[in-house]
Ligand binder design. Sequence first.
Ligand code: ARG
Length: 437
Amino acid sequence: TKQKLWGGRFTGKTDPLMHAFNQSLKYDQRMHAADIQGSIAYAKSLTLVGILTKEEETKITNGLAMVGKEWQDGVFQPQEDDEDIHTANERRLSELIGPLGGKLHTGRSRNDQVATDMRLWLLDQVQDIEQSVKGLLHVIVDRAEKEKEILLPGYTHLQRGQPIRWSHLLLSHAMSFRYDLERLQQLIPRISVLPLGSGALAGNPFAVDREFLAKELSFASVAENSMWGVGDRDFIVEFLMWSSLTMTHISRMAEDLIIYSTAEFGFVTLSDAYSTGSSIMPQKKNPDSLELLRGKSGRIFGNMAGFLMTLKGLPSTYNKDLQEDKEPLFDSVDNVSASLKIAEGVHADKMYKALTMDVLATDLADYLVRKGIPFRETHHVSGRAVALAESRQCQLNELTLADFKSLNENFGEDIHTVFNFEASVERREAIGGTSKK
Ligand code: ARG
């Protein structure tokens, strides 16, 4: 029977259950390209310090490229004993080029190797996700531009508040994604710190040039403490936190659209492409896409909370618990990427006006303010006008001038200017307001 890569000091066999429990290849094979890339750079660094001859280096790097190609072509044959992507690649390398393959791991540990692979892999994913966030931003901004004439009530406490432009609501969500984009970009330099050359924990005894390694692998900097280098997973936590916050924003936007698509609101109609029907109620068109976006946010938060729990009691440097970084990270990357793409696609077809005159009650109070009366008084007057209209079961603008004058003598003929949604919206032209400006 074949020997495990670390089997020298062992006489007993691994329990089959333990073997399966320990094995991470089924999920960490996603990092096959990063693992090969890291190994090629490491082989080159070994030549620079005289561990490998140039000829040996060429054999090793060619072998690694062949292993990489097998993965790419989908023909890599995992073996029962391959514990993880690192042992699988090294095993295959030695099959292809013989015992020389055994020189590659000189001075390296899977501890600095796996941390390097994870960072390389994530850097690549973050670039994609950055593009998706930008895509979503473009869709929202274009939509806001096209539909800026539409007015609707803006809500606080889900109660009608003041008239707003539909574009203003859309752009309020875009603001969140704009800062998500900024935050994502700020993570990059902290992901881009090279652990390779940290060894198992104490450092590399063959004086490999870590600046060279960083350059080869396009890392922005080198981990300046080897124990930290092998034990740090904060870059993963930060990404999981970023994912949680971004999904929270997606979820809140989804919730707006879910509410607005109900018959009770009837503001928007969801496109068929992102809705589904009911197996029993023929009339239904359900906002499943939006509900999944809202639902996924819980699971993404769970990935973050779960992994922080894994980290919190760990002693310094590498502990096998850290292998638990992969599934939450991979799951969050997959689901955030998919969610951003779905959120980009979902669109609402129709937008109806649902404005009632009571949302102009603030403007009514402001009308008297412009005549010199303190706002605290005008607020009260306007509230009484609302109550009067309510008792008469009429709209605010259906009260007569005499009615208004009975509440305050400063009301005049120009009162009708208040009852204009467009004018109300356009008055909010201070920076950040809902006017077109
Ligand atoms: N599969 C391991 C992981 O994902 C690789 C590192 C293993 N190192 C070790 N000393 N057991 O974390």
